[in-house]
Write a protein that binds this ligand. Structure first.
Ligand SMILES: CC(C)=CCC/C(C)=C/CC/C(C)=C/CC/C(C)=C/CC/C(C)=C/CC/C(C)=C/CC/C(C)=C/COP(=O)(O)OP(=O)(O)O
Ligand SMILES: O=P(O)(O)OC[C@@H](O)CO
Ligand SMILES: [Mg+2]
Length: 228
C-alpha cells in the first residue's frame, strides 16, 4: 500500500523494552506500518534490535524516523526525516538535515525518504523541549501547514502532541488548509474512540506510548480507523 493511503501507524521507541509476544501483536495488528523512533536515548543497537526482531517474522512495512545520525542504518523500507517547523532554532528546522543530506546524498533513495513538517504542540513533550519549540496559536499552526504544503511542498505535516491527547478543533482546522500534503496526527491516543475521533480529521494517526501502557486497548485503535 502507498504511504499516501496509510491510516494507522504504531510508533515503537527503541529506548523502551517490548517482549517478543507484544511485538508480534503490534506487527500482526493490521496497522499500515511500524515507525521506529523516539527523542531520547535512541541508539544504533536499539534501532537494529527492533528492526531485526520485526523483520524475523513479519511483513509489515518498517519506517525509521530519524532523530539522530548515530542511529541511522540501512535496511528500513522508508525513512521519515522531521523538520521541526515551530522550533526557535534553525538547526532543528533545516540545518541538521542539510548537513546529513550533504553526507548521505549518494545513499539516499528518494522514493524511500519522506520529509515531515513537524509542529509540536505539547510543551511538556521531550521533543518540544529538546528542539526548543515555541507554542503556536491555532492560526500559527495553520500558517505552518500552509508553508508545509505550498512553500516547502512536503509530503507530510505532523501535528504532534506526544504524550497528551490533542485538540480536535486544531486538527480539523489544520486539515482544512491541506490538500496534497498528508496530515499525520500523534499524541495521547489510548482508546478506539480517540483514534476514530482524530482520524475524522487527520489522514493518518500514530499510536506510541499506549503500546507500552495498555497494549490491549492500543491494538483496538487499528480496527477503529481502518473499518471506517
Ligand atoms: C546510512 C543510510 C542508511 C542512509 C540512508 C539515506 C538516508 C535516509 C539519509 C537521511 C539523511 C537525513 C536527512 C537525516 C536526518 C538526520 C537528522 C538527525 C534529523 C534530525 C531530526 C530532528 C530535528 C529530530 C528531533 C526530535 C524529533 C522531532 C523526533 C521525532 C520523534 C518524536 C517526536 C518522538 C516522540 O518522542 P518520544 O521519545 O516518544 O517521547 P516520550 O518518551 O516522552 O513518549
Ligand atoms: O506516544 P504518543 O503520545 O501516542 O504519541 C505518538 C507519536 O506522535 C509520538 O511521536
Ligand atoms: Mg513515546
Amino acid at each position: 500500500m502507498n504511504i499516501n493511503e496509510w491510516k494507522h501507524m504504531f510508533k515503537l521507541d527503541p529506548a523502551k523494552e517490548i517482549s517478543d509476544e507484544d511485538l508480534d501483536k503490534v506487527c500482526e495488528s493490521g496497522t499500515d506500518a511500524i515507525i521506529v523512533g523516539g527523542t531520547d536515548d535512541v541508539t544504533l543497537d536499539g534501532v537494529l534490535d527492533l528492526l531485526s526482531r520485526i523483520r524475523r517474522a513479519h511483513m509489515v512495512p518498517v519506517v525509521l524516523e530519524i532523530s539522530n545520525e548515530e542511529a541511522l542504518t540501512p535496511g528500513f523500507d522508508y525513512y521519515f526525516v522531521p523538520l521541526v517547523l515551530n522550533s526557535k532554532e534553525k538547526k532543528y528546522v533545516m540545518d541538521i538535515q542539510q548537513k546529513a543530506i550533504k553526507e548521505y546524498i549518494d545513499m539516499m533513495e528518494y522514493s524511500e525518504v519522506y520529509f515531515e513538517g513537524y509542529c509540536i504542540l505539547n510543551p511538556e513533550a521531550k521533543a518540544f523541549q529538546h528542539t526548543n519549540c515555541e507554542l503556536p496559536e491555532t492560526d500559527d499552526v495553520k500558517a505552518y501547514a500552509y508553508m508545509a504544503e505550498h512553500v516547502f511542498h512536503l509530503p507530510i505535516f505532523y501535528v504532534e502532541y506526544s504524550g497528551i491527547y490533542g485538540d480536535t478543533e486544531v486538527v480539523r482546522e489544520v486539515k482544512a488548509e491541506l490538500d496534497k500534503t498528508k496530515l499525520f496526527y500523534g499524541g495521547g491516543i489510548e482508546t478506539p474512540e480517540q483514534a476514530k475521533e482524530m482520524k475524522e480529521h487527520a489522514d493518518a494517526i500514530i499510536v506510541g506510548n499506549s503500546i507500552y501502557t495498555n497494549l490491549k486497548q492500543a491494538l483496538k485503535t487499528v480496527d477503529a480507523v481502518k473499518r471506517e
